[in-house]
Design a protein around this ligand. Structure first.
Ligand SMILES: Cc1cc2nc3c(=O)[nH]c(=O)nc-3n(C[C@H](O)[C@H](O)[C@H](O)COP(=O)(O)O)c2cc1C
Length: 383
């Protein structure tokens, strides 16, 4: 751990504050805000804060070990990077930087379908730690092509996100006239001028585009029509039948992301899926959706002890990771924090944040008297 960086940014909250100051408003709102008035983002935090863990001190837990085996692979820690679409807007090459750090730390990196880098290049950075997040295109030929590309690139894990069934309205993006590339009206230009560090870094590296999906955008469309075409490409529900077809097509690990209902977790298990990600998409889809924390225990009960559950939403510290694990998750993902870390510190940000999470996890488990991950479940104080 770099001591100078640690003094300046000892926790994810410090990195978030610095990143939010550095980014222009239209980018900050895209990453930070949730659906509607932000109720689900707030709920993710509030519900995590409600989870209490009771320490035990008269125990032999001096040597903490949190290496975790998931889908036949041992990771150095029970947390990874959630897929963040257009994450390259936070800072130039943020996805590539975070993917490389994840590989160094031997933790999973979720490469989003809607990225500013191709899925092939992200796999080169993440190596065997790369998981590919898949929005199911509604045109079969596009779906098959993306799956074949992911397979050929070398991904072992396909994570199908199911919580984007319909077009949604994000008020803040509409208000800001959010577009890729940005529309350069007077307010955007002022926004860029007021945030020179970000603006200069982006100007040097070039304006990010939907690099991964360029082959599927019809030629000659305006920027607005291109975005609409990309959005329309994945609109529609993913059904259990589609999951069974995917199961036959994908030889590796198949995950479903965006499950909040215990019965749906069971449907996934029955369709042959290898695990689910309990998630409300960082509060970005349905403002009334429960936090993963609220539904995890019921989902664990429904699927039984051996079925892998991964959870995300609002996790910002090693303590939060312990809370999710105590509630029944096997593994935890974080989305925004890594992108804030890179926006605040550039190249070194993701590595520093991963070090911080590992240290926080070590300290918290030591304090709880837990030397292993499974023992965290005994520390949950039932409300
Ligand atoms: C800006 C942004 C873009 C996202 N894009 C995607 C995406 O393309 N696919 C997906 O499955 N989840 C996406 N997510 C959700 C994350 O994978 C994850 O569920 C969420 O960020 C977890 O909450 P946290 O940011 O509070 O850690 C996105 C989240 C953010 C903040």
């Amino acid at each position: 751990m770099d001591a100078r960086l640690d003094q300046k940014f000892p926790c994810a909250a410090d990195m978030e504050r610095a990143a939010l100051k550095r980014m222009p408003r239209f980018i900050r709102d895209y990453i930070f805000c949730g659906m509607g008035l932000g109720g689900a983002v707030q709920r993710n935090r509030d519900e995590l804060d409600r989870v209490k863990l009771c320490p035990r001190y008269l125990t032999d837990a001096d040597h903490v070990n949190f290496a975790t085996t998931l889908f036949d692979r041992e990771y150095d820690a029970p947390f990874g990077v959630a897929p963040v679409g257009m994450g390259g807007l936070a800072w130039p090459k943020a996805g590539e930087i975070i993917a490389g750090a994840a590989r160094q730390h031997n933790i999973p990196f979720g490469a989003a379908t809607y990225t500013t880098a191709t899925l092939e290049s992200l796999h080169q950075h993440a190596g065997p730690c790369g998981w590919f997040q898949f929005y199911h295109p509604n045109k079969p030929e596009v779906a098959d092509d993306v799956i074949t590309r992911a397979k050929n690139a070398g991904y072992d894990v396909l994570m199908v996100t199911v919580d984007v069934p319909a077009n949604i309205r994000r008020d803040h993006d509409t208000r800001n006239g959010f577009a890729i590339p940005p529309r350069l009206g007077p307010s955007t230009v002022l926004d860029l001028v007021m945030h020179p560090v970000w603006s200069i870094a982006m100007a040097r590296s070039g304006i990010p585009a939907f690099e991964n999906l360029l082959p599927y955008i019809p030629e000659g469309l305006s920027p607005d029509d291109s975005i609409q075409a990309l959005t329309d490409m994945v609109v529609g529900h993913v059904t259990p039948k589609m999951l069974r077809v995917l199961r036959r097509k994908w030889p590796g690990t198949l995950l479903v992301k965006g499950i909040l209902d215990p019965e749906e977790a069971v449907l996934c298990k029955k369709a042959g899926v290898d695990g689910v990600v309990v998630s409300n998409h960082g509060g970005r889809q349905l403002e009334a959706a429960p936090a993963a924390t609220e539904v995890l225990p019921a989902i664990r009960k429904a699927v039984g002890p051996g079925f892998p559950l991964i959870a995300d939403g609002g996790v910002r510290t090693g303590l939060d990771i312990c809370r999710m694990l105590a509630l029944g998750a096997d593994f935890v993902l974080m989305g925004r924090p890594y992108y804030y870390a890179v926006a605040a510190m550039g190249e070194k940000g993701a590595d520093h944040l991963m070090n911080v999470f590992k240290e926080e996890l070590r300290c918290t488990m030591g304090q709880l008297g837990c030397s292993t991950i499974p023992s965290l479940r005994d520390r949950l104080v039932s409300s």
